[in-house]
Design a protein around this ligand. Sequence first.
Ligand SMILES: Nc1ncnc2c1ncn2[C@@H]1O[C@H](COP(=O)(O)OP(=O)(O)OP(=O)(O)O)[C@@H](O)[C@H]1O
Length: 246
Amino acid sequence: MGKYIIEAEDINLKYTFIQSLNFRNSMFSNFKKQNKEKRGKTVHALKDLNFKIEHGKTVGLIGGNGAGKSTLLRMFAKVYEPDSGSLTINTDSVSLLALGAGFQNDLPGIDNIFLNGILLGLTKAQVEEKIDEIIEFAELGEFIDAPLRTYSSGMRTKLAFSIASHIEPELLLIDEVFSVGDARFKKKSDKKIRSLINNKRTVIMVSHSLGVIEDLCDQVIWLDKGVIMEIGETKEIIKKYNEFMK
Ligand SMILES: Nc1ncnc2c1ncn2[C@@H]1O[C@H](COP(=O)(O)OP(=O)(O)OP(=O)(O)O)[C@@H](O)[C@H]1O
């Protein structure tokens, strides 16, 4: 095993999309007349990023709204590929803890555990091995056999958290998912996140809560408008970030 789990060289990502007509701009005939090509927009979300992340580290991604944090996290999960540059992820065991992606409302909780577990990278046998633990952790009682559309949003969140936190990959990506549910469940989910982090795996997390980042991370990557402002030891970077935000 090499020293680094992630190696990024000059990576760039641009989103291209067609600006849709809305009530306001449909009032302007010029906008209406523009063809789709002209209404095309490009956002250069990540610009020439260079960094390496060592195995076993817990790394925080910080930065203001639209800085590129979630985009970068999704690249680590291979949801997006860079438009240019090279991104090497030296493991196949990666999962992105973002709550409830891929849930099916008409299926019961238990079927969603299988579906979601497999989407997050487990085999059916691995889900079977963990299913009792997942159900117990989610605390849904008989609702586990009811269709998801009958769940409250808190119940959905508990189920999503329980599934995602039982995946235990080598590289765990966490997108702003901390302490979910009611006060008691929050305590339990917080403890679960900490146990995942303390388990020698590499964890990369996005959070707007600098307290959480400072508490949990060894290192920080600070992004602003798609570029890396600073990268380094948590306390030092958070101090610079706070000064910058003043
Ligand atoms: N699917 C998309 N299509 C077009 N543009 C997008 C898309 N997703 C993100 N963007 C744009 O890319 C830039 C980076 O967005 P991203 O969600 O990665 O930022 P972020 O740092 O996670 O922001 P926040 O803290 O607000 O969640 C923003 O300008 C955003 O508008």
